[in-house]
Design a protein around this ligand. Structure first.
Ligand SMILES: *Cc1c(COP(=O)(O)O)cnc(C)c1O
Ligand code: SF4
Length: 369
C-alpha cells in the first residue's frame, strides 16, 4: 500500500463509514466542491500542496461555512497562512527522529515506545506536528515494514507499553490491526497497548464492532482520542466512545491548544467537562502548540496557556482537568507548564498560593521512619 489505501481496504465495501470517507474531501481537487470564495479556494489549493488534505463527511458537516473563522474549518481546511514559515519552526518539532533506532519506532522513555504502523490518516489536521513525516514518508502498513520495530520491542524487556501512532492507526483495516495486536501480545513483557487516534472525532462510524474486536486480547487497551473543540462531541462520537468503553478500553483525550480554535476558557471548560461527563473520556494532556512549520497563526503564548489552565482548574474537578504540557524540541519530552503555586520557601516552611489567590504557609512535618 503506497497510496492512501488503508481506508479503502478496511472492511466490506458496504460499511457505512466508507460512504463517509467517499463523500468527504479526499483530494485537493475536492476542495472545488466546497463553498469557498475563488480567492480562498486558490489559497487552500496552494497550501494543500505542502500538507495533504482529507476530511471525512461527518467532520465536514460540522463546519459552519458562514463563519470564515469557524473552529472546525480551521482544523482541516488549508489556509494561506500555512505558506508562511516562521524562523525557529522545525520539521521534527519534538525530536522523534533522533530517538528512532529502527524505522517506524521511537524509543525515548525506557518503558514505552511509539510504533508507526502507517503514516496515513483518516483526516489531515492542518496543525499536525508530524506533517513532515506524513509528507516525506507517507507510507501505509505492510507486515514487512513493521518487522524491524517488532523485533526491537521483543529484544527490549524494559518496554511495557506500545503506543500505536502515525499517521492514524485506526485508519488501518481491522485485519491489519488484529495482526499487529496479535504480534504485540505474543511479546511477554508487554502490558499495555495504547492507540493515539483522531478517528473517533473525524470518522466515528469507523469504530465498528469488528474494529473493537480486532484490538481485544491479552493487553490492556487505552485509546487516546484527540478532541479539540466541544462541537466535535457529536452523538456519533459519543456512541463510538461508548462502544470502546463497553469493550473495557480506557479512554483518554489529548488536545492541542490552538489560537482561534480553543483558546477561550469557556471552550476548554465545555470540552473537558463534556468529554468526561458525557463521553467518559478523561482529559489527559493539553499540548502547548509545538514548533511545527508554518503554524505560527495557531500558536498562543505560554503565559496565555497558563492563565487558561489556572482558570480551568478553578472551574472543573480534578478528573476533568488535563495536564498542560510542552513537548520540548530535541526529545526533551513532555514537561508540565502550569503556573507554579509555590511562592517561596523558608527552611521547612513553604509559601503556597491557594485556589483563592491567598498565600498560606505550609510547614513540613516529617517523622523518622
Ligand atoms: C508522548 C510520548 C510518549 C508518551 O508519553 P506519556 O507521557 O506516557 O503519554 C512516549 N514516547 C514518546 C517519544 C512520546 O513523544
Ligand atoms: S490525525 Fe494525527 S497524525 Fe494525522 S494529521 Fe491529524 S494530528 Fe497529524
Amino acid at each position: 500500500m503506497t497510496s492512501d489505501a488503508n481506508l479503502k481496504q478496511a472492511a466490506a465495501p458496504d460499511a457505512a463509514w466508507q460512504d463517509d470517507v467517499r463523500a468527504g474531501v479526499r483530494h485537493v481537487r475536492d476542495l472545488a466542491s466546497l463553498p469557498l470564495s475563488p480567492a480562498e479556494r486558490a489559497a487552500a489549493q496552494e497550501a494543500a500542496a505542502a500538507h495533504k488534505v482529507r476530511v471525512p463527511k461527518p467532520y465536514l458537516d460540522l463546519i459552519d461555512w458562514n463563519d470564515s473563522d469557524d473552529p472546525i474549518r480551521a482544523q482541516v481546511i488549508p489556509s494561506p497562512d500555512e505558506l508562511v514559515a516562521a524562523e525557529g519552526e522545525l520539521d521534527d518539532p519534538i525530536g522523534d527522529h533522533a530517538f528512532s533506532p529502527v524505522p517506524r519506532l521511537t524509543h525515548r522513555h525506557a518503558d514505552r515506545v511509539l510504533l508507526f504502523p502507517t503514516y496515513q490518516c483518516a483526516v489531515y489536521c492542518r496543525f499536525c506536528f508530524r506533517k513532515e513525516s506524513l509528507t516525506s514518508i507517507g507510507r501505509g502498513y505492510t507486515r514487512e515494514a513493521v518487522e524491524p520495530a517488532l523485533a526491537y520491542i521483543a529484544g527490549h524487556p524494559e518496554i511495557r507499553e506500545v503506543i500505536l501512532t502515525g499517521g492514524d492507526p485506526l485508519s488501518l483495516p481491522d485485519k491489519a490491526l488484529a495482526e499487529i495486536r496479535a504480534r504485540l501480545e505474543a511479546i511477554p513483557h508487554l502490558r499495555l497497548l495504547r492507540i493515539h487516534t483522531r478517528v473517533p472525532v473525524a470518522l466515528p462510524s469507523r469504530i465498528t464492532p469488528g474494529l473493537v474486536e480486532a484490538l481485544q486480547g491479552r493487553l490492556m487497551v487505552t485509546v487516546v482520542t484527540h478532541f479539540n473543540h466541544p462541537r466535535e462531541l457529536t452523538e456519533e462520537a459519543e456512541a463510538a466512545c461508548r462502544a470502546m468503553r463497553q469493550a473495557g478500553f480506557v479512554l483518554l483525550n489529548q488536545s492541542v491548544l490552538l489560537k482561534g480554535v480553543n483558546d477561550k476558557v469557556e471552550v476548554l471548560e465545555e470540552l473537558c467537562r463534556e468529554l468526561m461527563y458525557r463521553l467518559g473520556v478523561k482529559p489527559y494532556y493539553l499540548h502547548h502548540g509545538d514548533l511545527a512549520r508554518a503554524m505560527a497563526h495557531r500558536r498562543t503564548t505560554i503565559a496565555e496557556g497558563q492563565a487558561l489552565v489556572a482558570e480551568l482548574r478553578r472551574r472543573l474537578s480534578g478528573i476533568c482537568n488535563p495536564t498542560y504540557v510542552i513537548d520540548l524540541p530535541d526529545g526533551g519530552g513532555k514537561v508540565p507548564l502550569a503556573a507554579s503555586h509555590i511562592e517561596g520557601r523558608d527552611g521547612d516552611t513553604w509559601l503556597i498560593r491557594g485556589q483563592d489567590g491567598k498565600v498560606r504557609e505550609y510547614r513540613e512535618v516529617v517523622g523518622r521512619a
